[in-house]
Design a binder for this molecule. Structure first.
Ligand code: COA
Length: 369
C-alpha cells in the first residue's frame, strides 16, 4: 500500500507558493497587491499604474507611467505570419483559442527564448502586454472574416484596446470604466490559471508556454469563461421576473449559476464585483436604461436569499462589457489580457526562486501480480 498522505481535493486551502505579488486577505476583506489594496487602487489608479506596480514593484511617477505607456505602444505590432496563422483557423474557433494559438506562436520570434533571467522575462512581459490586446481584437475579427484593425498610438493604452474591439473611439467615460475593469482583473493571487502558469514555469519552460497554458485554464466556465456565460444567461432571461424564474429552475436542477461563488471568498462578496456593479449603474444611468442593472441586482438578491452566495467579478463585468458594446466572445479574452501582467509577474517570481512543482498521490488503484 502507498503511504496515505492528507489529501485536499482541488488543493483547497493548500499553500502552493510564497509570494510578494498578491494575497486575498479575507479577514480584512482586502485584495493585497504589492502591499496595496487593489480596490483602493482601482478608485484612483489606472491599469498602466498596475503594470508598473506588478513589474517594477512600485507605483509609478507620472513620468514613469508615460514611459510604460510608450514602451507598450512600441510593442503593439505582431508578426505578419501570426496574422496569417490566425487566418487559417476555422470560423467557429473561440477567440480564447485564437488567442492561445497566436500567443503560442510568438515564442518563435524571440531570439532569446532560453533566457529566463529577470531582465529577459521583464522585456517579454512588456512585449506581451503590447501584443495581447492586438491578438485578442484581431483574432476575433479574422475569425469573423472582418477586416483586421490597426492599433492607434495616439489613444491611451486602454482606449486603444477598446477601440480595436469595437471599432469606435470610446468616450472618456467609457475608457475610464473599461480601464477600471482591467485594473480589477489584473491580479488575484493563485487562481487556477496562475497556478498553471507557475507549474509550467517551474520546469524552466518559457513565459510564452506558461501563458499559453494559462489561456487554456482561464477559458473554462468555472474560471474566466464565467463572464461570457453570465451574459448569455442575462440575455436568455431578458427581464427581472424571467431571470428569477431562470435562476430558480437552475437551482432546482442543481446547476451552478455562473458569476456566483468563489473558492476563496466562499460565502462572502467579491469586493471587485461591487466596483463593477457601481460602474454598471453609472453606465445604465448615462444611457438612460437601467433594465440590465435591475436584473443583475434582482439576481444578486435572489441568490443571497436562496443559496447564501454572492456575485464574483464576472457577474458584473459581463453586463458592463455589454453596455460598452463589446462582443460576448471577447469577454474572457479581455479578462486574460488584463491578467497578462499578473501572470507575467508570477512567472518572473517563479523563475527567480524556482522549485519544480512535483506533487504526489494517494494511490487508490489495485496492486497486481
Ligand atoms: N451556483 C450554485 N451553487 C454554488 C455555486 C454556484 N455558482 N457556487 C458554489 N455553490 C454551492 C455548491 O453547490 C456547494 O453547495 P453544497 O455545499 O450545498 O453542496 C457550495 O456552494 C460550495 O461549493 P463548492 O463546490 O465547494 O465551491 P468551489 O470552491 O469548488 O467552487 C466555484 C468555486 C467558483 C467553482 C463555484 O462557486 C462556481 O462554480 N461558480 C460559478 C462559476 C463562476 O462564476 N466562476 C468564476 C469564479 S471567479
Amino acid at each position: 500500500m502507498a503511504a496515505e498522505k492528507e489529501f485536499f481535493p482541488g488543493l483547497e486551502g493548500v499553500v502552493a507558493a510564497e509570494t510578494k505579488i498578491s494575497f486575498l486577505d479575507t479577514k480584512q476583506g482586502e485584495i493585497v497587491v504589492q502591499g496595496y489594496d487593489l480596490i483602493e487602487l482601482s478608485k484612483t489608479r489606472t491599469y498602466l499604474d498596475i503594470v508598473h506596480l506588478l513589474l517594477e514593484e512600485a507605483l509609478p511617477s507620472a513620468q514613469e507611467r508615460s514611459e510604460v505607456e510608450d514602451r507598450l505602444k512600441r510593442e503593439y505590432d505582431i508578426p505578419a505570419e501570426v496574422f496569417h496563422l490566425l487566418k487559417l483557423l476555422p470560423e467557429n474557433t473561440h477567440p480564447m483559442d485564437g488567442l492561445r494559438t497566436g500567443l503560442s506562436a510568438l515564442s518563435g520570434y524571440d531570439p532569446q527564448l532560453e533566457n529566463c533571467s529577470l531582465v529577459a522575462n521583464k522585456n517579454r512581459a512588456y512585449s506581451l502586454l503590447g501584443k495581447v490586446p492586438n491578438i485578442v481584437a484581431n483574432s476575433y475579427r479574422i475569425i469573423q472574416k472582418q477586416e483586421a484593425i490597426s492599433p492607434r498610438s495616439e489613444l491611451s493604452y486602454s482606449a486603444n484596446f477598446l477601440y480595436m474591439i469595437t471599432g469606435k473611439q470610446p468616450t472618456e467615460f467609457e475608457e475610464k470604466i473599461f480601464d477600471r475593469s482591467l485594473v480589477l482583473y489584473s491580479e488575484h493571487e493563485m487562481p487556477n490559471s496562475t497556478f498553471t502558469a507557475r507549474v509550467i514555469a517551474s520546469t524552466l519552460s518559457d513565459l510564452y508556454g506558461a501563458l499559453t497554458g494559462a489561456v487554456a485554464s482561464l477559458k473554462g466556465n468555472l474560471h474566466g469563461g464565467a463572464n461570457e456565460a453570465v451574459m448569455h444567461m442575462l440575455l436568455e432571461a431578458g427581464s427581472v421576473v424571467s431571470f428569477e424564474e431562470l435562476l430558480k429552475a437552475k437551482i432546482e436542477k442543481k446547476e451552478r449559476i455562473m458569476g456566483f461563488g468563489h473558492r476563496v471568498y466562499m460565502k462572502k462578496v467579491d469586493p471587485r464585483a461591487l466596483m463593477m456593479k457601481e460602474a454598471l449603474k453609472q453606465l445604465c444611468d448615462t444611457k438612460g436604461d437601467d433594465s440590465l442593472y435591475q436584473m443583475c441586482e434582482a439576481g444578486e438578491k435572489f441568490m443571497e436569499k436562496e443559496k447564501g452566495i454572492y456575485p464574483n467579478l464576472d457577474y458584473y463585468a459581463a453586463p458592463v462589457y455589454w453596455m460598452l458594446g463589446i462582443p460576448i466572445p471577447l469577454y474572457t479574452p479581455i479578462f486574460f489580457s488584463a491578467r497578462t501582467v499578473g501572470l507575467c509577474a508570477h512567472v518572473i517570481e517563479q523563475h527567480s526562486h524556482n522549485r519544480l512543482f512535483r506533487p504526489r498521490v494517494n494511490y487508490i488503484g489495485e496492486r497486481r501480480a
